[in-house]
Design a protein around this ligand. Structure first.
Ligand code: ATP
Ligand code: MG
Length: 389
C-alpha cells in the first residue's frame, strides 16, 4: 500500500499532437516546485501524473498545497495505491472509511468505481454494490445516499487500484513556460497582480517592472511590490522584477508639461520603459491592470494615447471587469491583503488635480517634445535594479 498523489489536467487533452509538450512541461514544473520537499518521483501514465516519495517524512499536505498553485493542474487527490485485487480493495476501503468517519462526522456515502482494467473480474456496478454493502455491514451507523452523500469513496481500477475520497481543485490553465514571456507593469495596487496572474494562467512566463519614485515613494512601497511579485512567483515559477527609478522622469514631466497632461505623459513613459525591458528579454507583450473607465487615465481615449507610445501589444486582461470582480480574484490568489497595505504609489505623488479625461494624441505628442525622452529613459534604465524571485 503506497500513499501517493494523483494529479489531473484538463485543457492539455485538447492539444492533439502537441499534448506531450504540455505534459512534459507540467512534469518539469512539478518537479521544480516540489524539489524543496525531498525526493520525489513524478510519473505520467494514461494522461495523469502520479507523485510519490521514498521519504518516510514526505509532507503530502504541503505538496498538495504547492500543487494547487501550479498552472496546468485541474485537481489533485491524495490516494492509496494497492494491487488490483478485490480482497485487498475491500480491506483497504474499510480502513480508509474507518479513518474518515473518525476524523469527520460523516453519516452518508456512496462508492464510485471506474474500471479501466477490463480483465478485472467484476464490472463497475457490481463493485459499487458489493463494496458498498461490505462497508455498510461493517459500519452500521452509515447510510448510502447516491444523490448527496457526505463522502464518496472513489475506486479506480487500472493496472493498480487507486482509492481516494478527496478531489481538491487546483488553478487550471496551462503549464508555465508553454506560452512565451510577457512583461507586467506591476504597481502596489490591487489590479496589476491580478492582471499578471490571469496572463500567467495561460502558460505565460512573467517578468515585472515597477516604477519607484524614491523618496516620494518609500522603501516600504517597494517592499510591498517585491512581496506581490513573490506571491505571483508562487504560481509562475520564477519572476525577474525590474525596479525602475522614476523620480527624475516625473519631476521633468511635472515641471515642463501642462498640468492636466502629466499623468497621461507619465503613463506613456512607463510603457516606453517597460517595452525597452521587454525587448531585451524577448518578451512578446506588455501587461497592465487597466479597466475601461476606472480612472481618467483608463478611458478609451487615454489608453489609445498610452498604447501609441509602444509597438508591442498591450494585454489588459481586466479590461471589462468591475473592481469587485477583480477584488474577488485578488482574494482568491492571495494578493489582496498585501495590495491594500496603505503605502503611497508613484501615481499619487505627482497627481493632476484635474487630469484630462479625453486626451488628444496630437497635443500629447506636442507637449512631450520639450522632454529629452531618450536621455530620461536611458538614465532610468541604467539605474534599474534587477531582483530575481
Ligand atoms: P493597480 O491597482 O494595478 O495599481 P490602479 O487601478 O491603481 O491599478 P493606475 O494606477 O492607473 O491604476 O495604473 C494602471 C496600471 O498601470 C496598473 O494596473 C499597472 O499595470 C500600471 N502601473 C501603475 N503604476 C505603476 C507603477 N508604479 N509601477 C508599475 N506599473 C504601474
Ligand atoms: Mg495603482
Amino acid at each position: 500500500m503506497d500513499k501517493i498523489i494523483l494529479v489531473r489536467y484538463e485543457e492539455i487533452f485538447l492539444k492533439g499532437l502537441n499534448k506531450h509538450i504540455f505534459e512534459n512541461k507540467l512534469i518539469k514544473n512539478i518537479r521544480q516546485k516540489l524539489a524543496g520537499l525531498g525526493n520525489t518521483k513524478v510519473t505520467k501514465s494514461q494522461s495523469r501524473i502520479y507523485i510519490e516519495s521514498p521519504d518516510a517524512d514526505f509532507d503530502i499536505k504541503e505538496a498538495i498545497f504547492i500543487l494547487t498553485k501550479i498552472f496546468g493542474i485541474a485537481s489533485v487527490s491524495p490516494v492509496i495505491r494497492i494491487k488490483s485485487d478485490y480482497e485487498m480493495i475491500k480491506k483497504t476501503s474499510l480502513s480508509m472509511v474507518g479513518e474518515l468517519i473518525e476524523r469527520k462526522s460523516h453519516k452518508t456515502f456512496k462508492v464510485e468505481t471506474k474500471r479501466g482494467n477490463k480483465s478485472f473480474p467484476m464490472n463497475s456496478p457490481q463493485i459499487c454494490a458489493d463494496l458498498g454493502g461490505y462497508i455498510l455491514s461493517n459500519f452500521p451507523q452509515l447510510k448510502v445516499d447516491v444523490h448527496n452523500p457526505d463522502f464518496i469513496l472513489y475506486v479506480e481500477i487500472r493496472e493498480n487500484t487507486y482509492l481516494y475520497s478527496e478531489i481538491i481543485p487546483s488553478v487550471k490553465g496551462l503549464p508555465t513556460g508553454t506560452g512565451g514571456l510577457a512583461t507586467l507593469l506591476l504597481s502596489g495596487g490591487i489590479d496589476s497582480p491580478v492582471a499578471g496572474w490571469m496572463v500567467a494562467k495561460r502558460g505565460v512566463e512573467l517578468e515585472a517592472v515597477y516604477f519607484h519614485s524614491y523618496p516620494y515613494t518609500s522603501d516600504r512601497a517597494k517592499d510591498k511590490v517585491i512581496k506581490l511579485a513573490e506571491y505571483l512567483a508562487e504560481y509562475c515559477m520564477n519572476i525577474t522584477l525590474h525596479v525602475v527609478p522614476f523620480t527624475e522622469i516625473q519631476t521633468a514631466i511635472n515641471e515642463k508639461c501642462p498640468h492636466e497632461y502629466i499623468t497621461i505623459i507619465m503613463r506613456r513613459y512607463m510603457m516606453m520603459i517597460a517595452e525597452k525591458i521587454a525587448e531585451k528579454s524577448g518578451s512578446l507583450a506588455l501587461v497592465t491592470g487597466e479597466a475601461i473607465g476606472q480612472v481618467a487615465s483608463q478611458t478609451m481615449e487615454s489608453m489609445l494615447v498610452t498604447e501609441n507610445a509602444v509597438s508591442l501589444p498591450v494585454y489588459r486582461p481586466l479590461i471589462g471587469m468591475d473592481k469587485n470582480e477583480v477584488i474577488d480574484i485578488a482574494k482568491r490568489i492571495g494578493t489582496f491583503e498585501t495590495s491594500i497595505l496603505p503605502y503611497e504609489d508613484c501615481c499619487t505623488v505627482f497627481v493632476a488635480k484635474h487630469p484630462v479625461i479625453k486626451p488628444s494624441l496630437q497635443k500629447t505628442l506636442e507637449y512631450e517634445k520639450v522632454l529629452n525622452t531618450e536621455n530620461l529613459i536611458n538614465n532610468a534604465l541604467i539605474k534599474t535594479e534587477v531582483i530575481r524571485l
